[in-house]
Design a protein around this ligand. Structure first.
Ligand code: HEC
Ligand code: HEC
Length: 318
């Protein structure tokens, strides 16, 4: 079985027929189509199709790309030296980085090198991946030229086979959400969470495992993404959630529900921002000075980010 089908089977086991019904489990959990709100439909442009999954050429490049896929879908096992939480690349870039509106790798690859306001200079693709290791994976960035980066970049290049370089392809990134009618509210979001998310991600946001395998990734707490991650920003989380969650049911939540539940999960404790300066107020002023970040604010009596310097790097136990 491929990594994807192993996880899909495990998901089916944990969710149980009682929650979703046999039809959905057999059909929709294994099927990865664009969310109903996909911009490719709205713009009428034909979406780009990456090559079939796993059909790597028998060449040195093909072997490197195959290794990249393995790292992408099982990051903590294939690159444990760089991963500090229970997440994998595929948790936020669904269907092994192939799904439109889930920041797919084929659409990202053709957009680099690219200026990023986050660090104020032109980034190569490898540097962009380093960022996801440092923040989303709460880990350590592999040094430039490291085998892990070369493999991941090769995989993305492979997925982008035939895509026009520099083109903004439909399905790139997570489609931005317009402001909701009401400002995002974590109190309402808690209700959305209980109704649509807790059965998989757990009432405490810690996710669920089956033996050593993390089946439902943690959304907050010490094993999730840190405060520096893109998805720790409410607008980015809302965009991801609207298009991709509940799992396999992208587009199901209203915009308001997506904003509210994003405000809720991004108002929970999580690992310190690795750019922490020694002061929460100063770190907020430098890196989180926007309504999209709850860093440095109080939620349920807890000062978010107020738990001191980043914990020493601890690779995920295997
Ligand atoms: C916790 C969620 C999360 C995880 C885990 C994660 N990413 Fe990301 N990634 C994001 C977000 C959010 C963005 C920003 C997307 C946007 O701004 O539209 C992003 C963007 C990217 C981009 C640029 C996409 C684009 O279209 O410009 C690349 C490349 C990327 N990630 C690679 C990776 C790789 C490789 C891994 C694993 C080592 C990984 N990511 C793990 C959330 C995540
Ligand atoms: C049927 C189970 C299920 C439900 C219900 C569900 N999710 Fe998920 N969620 C997943 C799975 C599985 C992944 C990882 C996807 C992958 O690896 O292919 C995920 C990934 C995520 C991620 C990115 C990874 C991380 O840990 O941060 C976020 C954020 C998220 N879900 C939020 C939500 C929210 C909010 C809801 C409710 C609106 C929700 N999910 C409902 C199964 C579910």
């Amino acid at each position: 079985m491929s990594g994807w089908s192993v996880r899909t089977a495990a998901i089916a086991g944990l969710v149980g027929v009682a929650v979703f019904g046999a039809g959905l489990l057999a059909g929709r959990l294994g099927q990865h189509r664009p969310a109903p709100s996909t911009p490719s439909v709205a713009s009428g442009k034909k979406p780009f199709s990456p090559p079939p999954d796993g059909a790597f050429p028998h060449t040195p490049f093909g072997r490197e790309a195959a290794l990249g896929r393995e790292i992408f879908v099982d990051t903590g096992r294939a690159a444990p030296q760089f991963v500090g939480n229970d997440l994998k690349c595929v948790n936020c870039h669904l269907d092994a980085g192939r799904l439109p509106n889930s920041a797919p790798m084929w659409a990202a690859y053709v957009m680099f090198p690219q200026y990023r306001a986050k660090n104020g200079h032109v980034n190569t693709f490898a540097e962009r991946i380093q960022g996801c290791f440092r923040y989303s994976m709460n880990g350590r960035a592999p040094p430039l030229g490291d085998k892990v980066l070369v493999a991941l970049e090769s995989y993305a290049a492979y997925l982008a086979t035939g895509a026009p370089h520099g083109a903004s392809l439909p399905g790139q990134g997570y489609p931005k959400l317009k402001p909701a009618p009401l400002p995002p509210d974590s109190g309402r979001g808690r209700g959305v969470y209980t109704m649509y998310c807790a059965m998989c991600h757990g009432p405490d946001g810690a996710g669920q495992s089956s033996g050593a395998a993390v089946v439902f990734p943690p959304l907050w707490g010490p094993r999730s993404y840190n405060w520096g991650a893109g998805i720790a920003q409410i607008d980015t989380a809302a965009a991801f959630i609207k298009a991709n969650m509940p799992y396999s049911q992208g587009g199901r939540l209203s915009d308001q529900q997506a904003w509210d539940v994003a405000a809720y999960i991004d108002s929970r404790p999580r690992p310190q921002d690795p750019r922490y300066t020694g002061s929460v107020a100063e770190t907020r002023a430098r890196f989180h000075n926007s309504a999209q970040s709850m860093y440095g604010k109080a939620a349920s009596g807890v000062l978010l980010g107020g738990d001191g310097p980043p914990k020493p790097f601890a690779p995920r136990a295997r």
